[in-house]
Write a protein that binds this ligand. Structure first.
Ligand code: HEC
Ligand code: HEC
Length: 328
C-alpha cells in the first residue's frame, strides 16, 4: 500500500469523493430551490419583489415612472394612456369580461386570468405576447402568483386578501387550480399540452363524451390517479397496464399472430383490435394459442422519445386538469 502508485490512487479516490460530495450537495440545494422560493409572503410587498425580480414582469411592463419597458401596458397611472393604475383598471376590464362571458368577473378574477390565461383577453393596442409566467423559464408557483395579484390590486384597487387567497371566487379558484397543476407538472403549460394531446393521443383516447379514440381508456378524471401514475403511464405504459386493456397475443392454426386488445369474446369468435384500431375477427376453432402478454402495452412506449421534455410537461399539466366531473 506504500508504493507511489497506490498513494496516487488513494489521493484520486479522496478527490473523487470530495467532488461527488460537492455535486451531491449542489444537487440537493438546487433540488430544494422550489421550497426556497415559496418563502415568499402573499403580500403586496412580496409580490412587488417578484415583479421586479424572479417574475421578470419588468422586462415588458413598467409601473408609472418606475421602469422603462413598454411591450405590455403600464401597470401604474401614467400619462393620458393609463389614467388608472392596474388595481382600479382591473374593475373596468372585469366589466368587459363579464359582458363577453356572461358570468360575473371581479377585478381579482381579471388579474388572475391575465396571468393564468394571458390569451383570454388581449388588451387593445397590444399583441398576445404576455409571458406564461408559471411555465419555464419564469416558473412562478401559485403562492408567488397570489403575491403578484395582491401587488397588482394594491396599485389603486381595493386590496381584499380573502378574495386573493383564503376565499377565492369560483373563477379565480379554477384558474388557480390550472396554475398549480401546471406548476406541479414541472411548469408545463396546459394550453400547449392540449395541442400535444390532440396531436399524439386522441387517436386512442377520449375525454368525457368526446368521440375520439376508443382504443385506450377514456381519460376524463385521470387527474385523480396522480402525477406519478400518469407520468409512468406515458413513460412506461406496460408497467402500469390498465385493467381491461391487457394485451392479447393470439396465434391461429396457420401460425399467424395477432396482437391487440380483446374487444369482443362470444359466438365462437374473438375480436382483436390492434394499435391502429384495426379489428380482426378470429374463430375460436381456428385459435391455436391465446394468452395475455403483460410486458406489452398497445400504447406505444416510445411516445416519450417523440415528445420533447417541454411537450411532455405540457401534456402532463393538461392531464392534471382532467378532474373527475363530480368534484366540480
Ligand atoms: C414578454 C413580455 C411580458 C412579460 C414578461 C409579462 N407580461 Fe404582462 N402583458 C404583456 C403584454 C404584451 C400584455 C398585453 C396583452 C395582453 O393583454 O395579453 C400584458 C398584459 C398584462 C396584464 C393586463 C394589463 C391590463 O392593462 O389589463 C397584466 C395584469 C399583466 N400583464 C401582468 C404581468 C405580470 C404580473 C408579469 C410578471 C409576473 C407579466 N405581466 C409579465 C407582456 C408581458
Ligand atoms: C396506439 C394507441 C395509444 C396512443 C397513441 C396513446 N395511448 Fe395511452 N393508452 C393506450 C392503451 C391501450 C392504454 C391501456 C393499457 C395501458 O395501461 O398501457 C393506455 C393507457 C394510458 C393511460 C393510463 C390510463 C388509465 O386509466 O389507467 C394514460 C394516462 C395514457 N394512456 C395517456 C396517454 C397520452 C398522454 C398519450 C399521448 C401522449 C397516449 N396515452 C397515447 C393506448 C394509446
Amino acid at each position: 500500500m506504500n508504493s507511489p502508485i497506490s498513494r496516487v490512487f488513494v489521493f484520486l479516490l479522496i478527490v473523487l469523493g470530495v467532488y461527488l460530495w460537492i455535486g451531491y450537495s449542489i444537487t440537493a440545494l438546487t433540488g430544494s430551490g422550489d421550497k426556497a422560493t415559496t418563502v415568499v409572503e402573499i403580500t403586496p410587498e412580496g409580490g412587488e419583489a417578484i415583479y421586479w425580480g424572479k417574475g421578470r414582469c419588468f422586462t415588458c411592463h413598467s409601473v408609472g415612472g418606475q421602469g422603462s419597458a413598454v411591450r405590455g401596458p403600464n401597470h401604474g397611472q401614467f400619462g393620458e394612456k393609463f389614467q388608472q393604475a392596474m388595481g382600479a383598471r382591473a374593475t373596468e376590464r372585469a366589466a368587459a369580461r363579464t359582458e363577453k362571458e356572461g358570468v360575473e368577473f371581479t377585478a381579482v378574477d381579471y388579474i388572475v386570468e391575465s396571468l393564468a390565461s394571458p390569451g383570454a383577453f388581449v388588451v387593445e393596442g397590444y399583441k398576445n405576447e404576455m409571458a406564461v409566467v408559471y411555465a419555464p423559464p419564469i416558473s412562478l408557483n401559485l403562492k408567488e402568483i397570489k403575491a403578484i395579484v395582491s401587488y397588482m390590486m394594491s396599485l389603486g384597487g381595493d386590496l381584499d386578501m380573502e378574495a386573493i387567497d383564503s376565499a377565492p371566487s369560483e373563477i379565480t379558484a379554477k384558474l388557480y387550480s390550472k396554475i398549480s397543476a401546471a406548476a406541479e407538472a414541472g411548469g408545463g403549460d396546459p394550453e400547449l399540452g392540449a395541442e400535444v394531446y390532440e396531436d399524439n393521443c386522441v387517436e386512442c383516447h377520449a375525454l368525457g363524451e368526446e368521440e375520439d379514440g376508443e382504443i385506450g381508456p377514456n381519460l376524463s378524471g385521470i387527474a385523480a390517479t396522480g402525477l406519478k401514475f400518469i407520468s409512468e403511464s406515458i413513460l412506461a405504459p406496460a408497467k402500469s397496464l390498465t385493467k381491461g386493456y391487457e394485451t392479447y397475443v393470439v396465434i391461429n392454426n396457420e401460425g399467424r399472430q395477432f396482437i391487440g386488445l380483446k374487444t369482443r369474446d362470444g359466438d365462437g369468435e374473438v375480436d382483436i383490435t390492434n394499435a391502429l384500431g384495426d379489428v380482426e375477427t378470429i374463430a375460436k376453432a381456428d385459435i391455436k394459442e391465446i394468452r395475455i402478454d403483460d410486458t406489452l402495452s398497445i400504447m406505444p412506449d416510445d411516445i416519450s422519445e417523440v415528445l420533447t421534455v417541454k411537450e411532455y410537461q405540457d401534456v402532463l399539466s393538461f392531464l392534471m386538469l382532467q378532474k373527475p366531473a363530480q368534484e366540480e
